[in-house]
Design a protein around this ligand. Structure first.
Ligand code: ADP
Length: 356
């Protein structure tokens, strides 16, 4: 697959603005380790979230600059680091969207949740930008013959911004990688065979620490290349993803819990066994995990946790236990969070275009 297209060049360079909101996602089978350009070493699987969103508006106009011409405003404040990262992304996709070089960009973005803290702001942020660029192509070059083509390309582009962003392009359960006829190049929605219990699954995110993590995911992925356990991990992930898709089809909550918690702990085990080794979990992360296990054993309520590459706990549970779990969170878990912060989220329907 090659999206390079020298014809995507404006004759009359337009000015305009386009906005999209795009959600974060929580991986159940983790992507950790990459080869080549944003190609994963194993397939991954995630739930797209509903409330953890990035809202991005891009204003574009003709440029008089040769280089990358981006101003980035995060929550209204100029952010040079985000502008630089977006420039790297735009340079990477310049042969796919040659019109980028003809435009000045002002990017206004806000996240509904803390960024760079392991809640995948990179996924929501980069997927929103990818959708906007595809939308520029759609509006001015009219190249897509249907929605499926549009979203597939948006997912391909999002991956080049941040791997897991390719899964945020779709709602529900989404895979990325070579599983079920899927591809390493873009995400694919798992449309058939999701049991009802998982369609509106809850994810309450307990913010143990909202500080920027000390080791970025990019560095973490790189360290997998020399991790002595890497091959075992890649084989385990491949086996787990097939099993989990089957389990989600059957609505088998016990086995869901076993695989999802094992995946979370394995991800962090990879960090602990990298050289240099490091920890992203905090003491309060462990305290919450112990309380979850105790609560599950005593009350026989099927709650479980997963972790992204950060210290914050994603508490996963069926909608029917919502009231009981919220009481558990309030009485037992909030004490371990930073400023009593919890984001109640659930499986969502995917990105939306903003009416501007
Ligand atoms: P996280 O766990 O939040 O994904 P990372 O360190 O992996 O943490 O990614 C954070 C990076 O994601 C930021 O440095 C920035 O490049 C990008 N990012 C976060 N929010 C946005 C946004 N709203 N728009 C564009 N990029 C974003």
């Amino acid at each position: 697959m090659n999206y390079n297209n020298p014809n995507l060049i404006f004759n009359d360079i337009p000015s305009g603005k386009i906005g999209w909101s795009s959600p974060s996602n929580i991986a159940l089978i983790k992507y950790w380790g990459k080869k080549d350009l944003q190609i994963p070493t194993n397939a991954s699987l995630s739930f797209t979230l509903n409330n953890c969103q990035t809202e991005t508006i891009i204003e574009f106009s003709p440029t008089y600059n040769d280089g990358c011409s981006i101003e980035f405003f995060l929550e209204g404040i100029p952010n040079k680091r985000f502008a630089e990262k977006t420039c790297l992304f735009f340079n990477r996709i310049a042969s796919i969207f040659p019109f980028i070089k003809q435009l000045d960009f002002k990017i206004y973005s806000k996240n509904t949740f803390p960024h760079s803290a392991g809640i995948a702001s990179s996924a929501s942020g980069m997927s929103a930008i990818a959708l906007i660029l595809c939308d520029i192509e759609n509006q001015y070059f009219n190249t897509f013959s249907n929605e499926e083509e549009f979203y597939k390309k948006a997912s391909y582009i999002a991956r080049l911004g941040s791997g897991s962003a390719c899964r945020s392009i779709y709602g529900g359960l989404v895979s990325w990688g070579e599983i079920n006829k899927g591809s390493n190049l873009y995400g694919s929605p798992v449309i058939d065979g999701v049991s009802d219990v998982f369609k509106n699954y809850h994810d309450s995110i307990l913010i143990v620490d909202s500080e920027e993590k000390k080791v970025s995911s990019t560095v973490g992925h790189g360290l997998m290349n020399s991790n002595p356990f890497k091959n075992g991990r890649y084989n385990q992930a491949s086996a787990n993803i097939s099993k989990l898709i089957d389990i989600i089809g059957k609505g088998d909550l016990n086995n869901f819990i076993n695989i999802v918690e094992s995946e979370a702990l394995t991800l962090h085990a990879m960090m602990m066994t990298s050289l240099p080794y490091y920890l992203l979990m905090k003491p309060n992360t462990i305290s919450i995990i112990e309380r979850i296990w105790q609560f599950r054993n005593e009350k026989e309520i099927p709650v479980c946790f997963t972790l992204d590459a950060g210290p914050n706990i994603h508490l996963l549970y069926p909608h029917s236990y919502d009231d009981k779990v919220k009481i558990f969170i309030k009485n037992e878990l909030l004490q371990f969070t930073s400023n009593n912060t919890v984001i109640h989220d659930r499986v969502g329907n995917g990105p939306q275009k903003l009416n501007l």
